[in-house]
Design a protein around this ligand. Structure first.
Ligand code: ZN
Length: 228
């Protein structure tokens, strides 16, 4: 099936234009496929409709990102948004959350930043592994690349260094396009159902309860960064 036909078929399953798309769960082959680059397979109208549908799906979930494979479309396209209020962003925030305005990115990829090779451990969940979390080590900073579609309709080449939580979101979503789930990268023994997440907000206590070994178990209370 041609990509545009597949996208139209996926969009056609919605009850109405404001309805979210179904998010497929781990085990669906689309989540393990290597997605095709977005390279003119879709008309502008269909691309815009697809992005809008992915944004509705992300908001409805709710989540901070959705990748096209999660709605069963093997295309290198993601949407992201993490609205952080001025009061939410402060120095004690171990995850270093900063505002990530709503955007779609086609053909996203990321590269290491040689000047910041620190690894950060953080709890991640995935809308395609509903209800579960695990501790995932990630580079604290990455160079992010791709074609960005901003909420105001602007299209631009993306080439920026992102750090902290939004760098983690970008890596998580871009990984989906190579068939990688965040839990594939997680620290062994750190798989936790969200009902128990409250026990594990302090990583030093979490690794004790879970019997986690390795670099992450060397962290001080409250610390989530680990310099390599
Ligand atoms: Zn995910």
């Amino acid at each position: 099936m041609k990509m545009q036909d597949l996208v139209l078929k996926t969009l056609g399953k919605k009850a109405d234009s404001d309805a979210p798309l179904r998010i497929v769960q781990a085990g669906h082959p689309a989540l393990r496929a290597t997605s095709a680059p977005l390279a003119g397979q879709l008309s502008d109208d269909v691309l815009e409709t697809l992005i809008n549908a992915m944004v509705v799906t992300m908001h409805e979930a709710p989540g901070v990102g959705v990748a096209a494979p999660q709605i069963g479309v093997p295309l290198r396209l993601v949407v992201m948004e993490d609205a952080v209020g001025p009061d939410d962003s402060h120095e004690e925030d171990p995850y270093n959350r900063t505002d990530l305005p709503l955007m779609a990115v086609a053909n996203p990829r990321y590269e290491p930043v040689p000047s910041d090779s620190a690894t950060t451990f953080g709890w991640e969940g995935c809308l395609s592994v509903d209800g579960w979390r695990s501790l995932v080590p990630r580079p604290r900073s990455v160079r992010v690349l791709g074609t960005a579609f901003d909420a105001d309709g602007t299209t631009r080449d993306l080439d920026e260094v992102w750090s902290g939580w939004k760098a983690r979101i970008f890596q998580h979503e871009a990984d989906h396009l190579d068939g990688i789930l965040c839990h594939d990268r997680s620290v062994p023994r750190s798989f936790v159902h969200e009902n128990y997440q409250g026990y594990y907000t302090d990583l030093s206590e979490a690794v004790h309860y879970l019997g986690v070994e390795g670099e992450v178990s060397q962290l001080e209370p409250g610390q989530v960064d680990l310099e390599r």
